[in-house]
Design a protein around this ligand. Sequence first.
Ligand code: HEC
Ligand code: HEC
Length: 318
Amino acid sequence: MSDFNGDFWSVYVAGLTLVSIVACLLLLWITARKKVAADADNTTGHVWDGDLREMNNPMPRWWVWLFVGTIIFSLLYLVAYPGLGSYQGTLGWSTAGNYQKEMERARQQLEPLYAQFTARKPEELAGDVHAMGIGERLFMNNCAQCHGSDARGSKGFPNLADKDWLWGGSPDKIAETLHQGRTGAMPPMGAAVGGADDVKNVAHYVLSLSKAPHDSLRAQLGKSRFTACAACHGMDGKGNTALGAPNLTDDVWLHGWGEQAIINIINNGRTNHMPAQQKLLTPEQIHVLSAYVWGLSNKPECVREAMSPGPFAPRDRP
Ligand code: HEC
Ligand code: HEC
């Protein structure tokens, strides 16, 4: 495969390469033929620093043949390997192919290892120190950049080490999240709720759901407007894992807590995306990772044991 978006650049690059090689040959030929007029003592007559003079000897044979050798080598190389524009070379070698081969070799080596994991249920695997060591490394390499090395997330990135789940916390649901990714979409709801005051009232009602400090009069006024939210967050505000709508009655806040944060999200909405992993990881790796993530909140003892030698052991939770 080539990255050129047309034939022109391919031909241009190939042409430039060949012209440069021919130019090298010409240079050699011309310099070998051209005789510089020399003085009787075979010097060019140039003198530096008092007595430093330039001899007028032909280039050494061995050097000339080495030069010719490199040119022949480069031509043979360009026939065998990709080097001339998008020409593939007769050997069919490519860095992408090399990578594929390496991946395939690694997959074959790891197959028996993962086979013993996939044969077991995630709940059981979460107790296996070996499997969880692998799970931890997979997590550090593929997930920690977003969810944190302790898996506790940050603003916008959910904590995976607690019992609060947007999309469901069973091993199956976690695996589903990893395979296909998730997109949590909260539409802007300001207009549906009413004016700015109505939005503020609903925000206070939302605060009251988790018994956070709020204005109870506003909360009461806002309650009737919450019907606009119930389709996703439920009448009781406890959320809906089929839609990834968070539970608003607990004290876990993905996008920040407080009146202003809630007003913002009602007015502006929010789309949050967890990228699908099925093209990046094998099903076997996802199986181990699902067990690992499930284990973070369900069997802390064995997961912590598995993690203990690493520098990233999760902080003890109260
Ligand atoms: C580019 C950032 C990013 C990466 C990389 C990433 N995630 Fe996520 N993940 C997110 C976001 C954002 C969400 C929240 C989606 C939402 O709001 O619905 C999420 C959600 C999740 C959920 C669902 C949480 C819940 O409460 O239901 C799980 C489980 C999860 N991620 C695990 C992983 C694992 C395991 C990996 C590594 C293979 C990973 N994520 C890699 C950004 C990321
Ligand atoms: C179409 C479904 C839908 C509707 C309707 C909806 N929400 Fe949401 N809401 C969501 C989703 C999905 C998220 C999570 C976004 C994400 O994944 O980051 C969310 C997030 C939130 C959050 C942030 C929670 C947190 O933990 O930070 C608040 C607050 C919220 N919604 C309040 C409301 C209120 C109030 C209404 C009604 C005015 C409402 N939502 C209507 C789907 C909806």
